[in-house]
Design a protein around this ligand. Structure first.
Ligand SMILES: [Zn+2]
Ligand SMILES: [Zn+2]
Length: 350
């Protein structure tokens, strides 16, 4: 079936990153989806922390259109294998598509798939329209129920990443979990931990962010580090220490601190890249003796994305309250320039 709703004009706007803090909205041809694909009108897209970082510090000489937390409406579709129609709203779970049958895909790590990055949306999410491939339609998009708003649906991808990290960390009710960093990811973790009945401790240097974290269910908050932090966490956990530590922000001091307040047999999750090179001495004799487990969690699976949509649709995780700003493509650069710790999630409506 080939169906279409409104034919887009030939050109469209897209925000091109041309260098650090250089974002140009250019007119480019509306992308043509490949056979079996679909054209999506972008309704909302999350301004992700990873994109903000790239906008600020890109070292790539290439001009690119970033953006991956896409929610859009089908304009036209040419595919009889899937049951999507023009006018329906979709969340694009991943802008890349795994092959679904290699060793990584078969063992629950689709983001490690060597083919993952071969397929992408065109031209990138910060645009009026994007082209989806048939692989996207088969393996990476989710149909949105009416009760989930466009803005809320942009959180499916980040929430799915959090769900994966908790799953890999085997979190259980009554676990005592430290969340390092009260940014978007930290606040999503806090809400999930609250609902999973795990006890949470949130660490951030911003007292404003810690206040916000309390509104989302943070039980213990602190801005300390070093020995003071270890004392605080040990005294609140009967001297045992944390069961699980989630690093949404990581440097040498933070990791060193965690090794002091995490209990023997605990899990440490590297959820974000370190902000500096971590040429750190770890006493592996102690690491072995204490039966510590360190793991990383990167991206998510299709199942995590589906679960994330259910959490959002159920209202158990309130993502609407995390939206503190909206802008269009032209306003993105100013938004990035003016970001401070009072802003949580900004939604771009192209
Ligand atoms: Zn993101
Ligand atoms: Zn694969």
């Amino acid at each position: 079936m080939s169906a279409s709703r409104t034919a887009p004009s030939e050109d469209m706007r897209a925000a091109h990153l041309t260098g650090p803090m250089q974002l140009e909205v250019r007119q480019i041809p509306t992308p043509q989806p490949p056979p079996g694909g679909a054209l999506l009108k972008v309704r909302s897209i999350g301004l992700c922390g990873s994109d903000i970082n790239r906008i600020r510090h890109t070292t790539s000489g290439e001009t690119r259109v970033l953006g991956h937390e896409v929610v859009g409406e089908i304009v036209s579709i040419d595919n009889t294998d899937v049951d999507f129609r023009p006018g329906e709203r979709l969340a694009v779970g991943h802008v890349h598509v795994p092959c679904m049958h290699c060793v990584y895909c078969r063992h629950g790590a689709p983001a490690m798939c060597r083919h993952f990055k071969n397929i992408r949306i065109q031209p990138g999410g910060y645009a009026e329209y994007i082209a989806l491939t048939p692989d996207h339609l088969a393996h990476s998009v989710l149909r949105l129920p009416d009760r989930v708003s466009d803005g809320a649906a942009t959180f499916i991808d980040p929430l799915a990443c959090c769900l994966r990290a908790l799953d890999l960390g085997r979190v259980q009710a009554f676990d005592r979990v430290v969340v390092v960093g009260a940014g978007i990811m930290g606040l999503l973790f806090v809400q999930l931990l609250r609902e999973l009945r795990a006890e949470n401790f949130v660490i951030d240097i911003s007292s404003h962010r810690l206040d916000v974290a309390k509104q989302f269910g943070a039980q213990h908050t602190t801005g300390s580090s070093g020995a003071g932090l270890a004392d605080e966490i040990l005294s609140r956990t009967d001297g045992q220490g944390a069961d699980l530590v989630l690093f949404t922000y990581l440097n040498k001091q933070i990791l060193t601190d965690a090794l002091a307040y995490a209990r023997d047999g605990s899990r440490l999750c590297v959820f974000a890249p370190p902000i500096e090179s971590l040429d750190l001495h770890i006493d592996f004799f102690e690491f072995f003796r204490r039966e510590m487990r360190m793991y990383s969690s990167y991206s998510s699976s299709m199942q995590d994305l589906e679960t994330a949509l259910q959490w959002i649709a159920s209202g158990r995780v309130d993502v609407e309250a995390m939206i503190t700003g909206r802008t269009d493509l032209e306003g993105m650069l100013k938004t990035v320039e003016e970001l401070d710790d009072t802003q949580l999630k900004v939604i771009v409506e192209p």
